[in-house]
Design a protein around this ligand. Sequence first.
Ligand code: PTT
Ligand code: SF4
Length: 610
Amino acid sequence: MKGWTGKLLRVDLTTQKAKIENYSKDLALEFVGGRGYAIKTLWDEVPAGTDPLSPKNKFIAALGPLAGLNMPNVGKTLVAGKSPLTGGYGDGNLGTNFSIHLRQSGYDFLIVEGKAKTPLYLLIEDTDISFRDADHLWGKGTFAAEDKLEKDHGRGVGTLLIGQGGEKLVKFAVVRSLLGRAGGRPGIGTIMGSKHLKAIVAKGTGGPELHDPDTFRTLSKEGFTDIKNKEAFPSWKRQGTMSIFSWCEEHSTLPSYNFREGQFEHAESLDGDAMEKIKIDTLGCPRCIMRCGHCIEDSEGQKAELDYENVALLGSNLGMRNLREVATLNRLADDYGVDTISLGSCIAFAMEASEKGLIDEKIEWGGFQKARQLALDISLRRGKLGQLLAEGTRAAAQKIGKNTSDFAMQIKGLEISGYDCHAAPGMALSFGTSPIGAHHKDAWIITWEIEHGREGYLEGKADEVIRLQRLRGGMFENLVSCRFPWIEIGFELEWYPKYFAAATGLKWSLEDLYRVSDRGHSLIRAYWVREAGGKWSRQMDTPPARWFKEPLTKGPLAGATLDSAGYDKLLSWYYEKRGWDKRGIPTKATLKSLELEWAIPELEKVVALG
Ligand code: PTT
Ligand code: SF4
């Protein structure tokens, strides 16, 4: 196999043994890499009903055939496991030198199983695998821990690591790398913590074996030049994802006050222009000239990176108006290694519960000091409220009761990312059917929807969600390549089959890559159903009551709500087009047509299939 090494590294932390395994060519052809490898591994190797925090769960770090190569925007790694936050499939995609070094060490993916007795970190140096004591790193934030690892093993080594949030098993702890990068919203960092695995360091010396290295080199050069020459490149470089902030405000889709509203009265103090005026640095992933991690000095004089999602969830959604204070919350989330989106949503949930007198603690909208304190309490699981919220909003609402689940802004247990959907049914469908819970990465339909008539509950919206899921959650997550060149500056999709062919020798079309996406997507759905153990229902694909019951009160769309019959119709179209039954479960015929018939017997242990 060219393009793939055909090897995986399996590490057992309980026995401290590592094994290099050859995996079958069929796995590469059927699942390609990244997300595909992750879901196949979880299905095959993690028994149904496994407690995500038990040693039986696996931590997976997977590359795809393009990840880590010398071409645009592929310095990325997919991290995955059974989610401690949702109980279903979980993954994330982060920029890291780890992608380069794991590939240079000769592996396409890494599976970590078991649990170490005491904290350690894993060192991968080509075929030399060692288990290093991490006592001196445990309890340290990600900035200090990464710095120490780089001092000990060399600047530029590949690192994946967790902060105190992961150590304390906060359910939405992320994996961190390169000071600014974070991935694995559904608690993939928590899985590392549950295994006493503080970090993984990779230092590889080999080179990739490609089918046609000369063509690959030429394509790579052309790709970088093409990106640099794109019309949108200069403006992207100025603000990155922060440029969408004012657009969201303008279109009433900026989450404000725990998604009560889609506009924020102080949006101008938090938007891309506000950031650009005080920007001090830009960070990015390896193999990228689009570097989109813009940094400012925060309210405590520290450098902090900002992204749209972070500023929306830790800013407008909390009623915070000072960008430097928002940056401080962002930096703390990065240092402690917890997801900014879930953290923001948990704090907003507490602010609302406090306002309504449903909890004892007093925490007001826009109050920075209390929000800061709560962020630390959650990250360190301190105090009653900190411990409660470290479980996520779904669990917190279940515990408090009193209809708080109406404003626990999550779907399938994952907190909703930064788009208010009172008046965006297609985006609500995207959140509802995302394979990891309410994340935008699979189908960011919001701009398309607003251009094509946001108020409609139209069949075309289900089509568009599926089209985007094939691309964003499918092709890019399987190849393990950043999607921003395509979606943000118009780098054409046709480049990808060319890179793929030069790397692997396979002349696949985009359609071939989408078919692999569909296979992975339906297998992930089957996995959710299997893990729900008979409790699966279409309610699990439905957004929280707030968007249906409580209209927007401000702005041009005041009075708007989601219509539940309309949403149901969208969901039914979506299921039909996916070949899933009325409950949202893949039918036998669909599983067979996607060559997933081997999954049928296990799924039938849990539900009768249509
Ligand atoms: C991603 C999610 C996002 S999506 C953001 S901002 W975004 C938040 N970033 C966090 C952060 O920062 N620190 C932190 N402690 N928690 C954070 N949680 C949130 O996590 C990220 C970029 C971005 S910035 C996006 S959209 C794109 N995502 C991609 C993706 O998912 N797949 C892919 N093939 N390409 C992508 N390119 C873009 O990458 P998760 P990163 Mg992230 C600090 O991983 O779990 O999917 O959550 O990886 O390297 O930081 O790049 O407006
Ligand atoms: Fe990383 Fe941003 Fe570059 Fe994508 S565009 S590879 S997220 S720096």
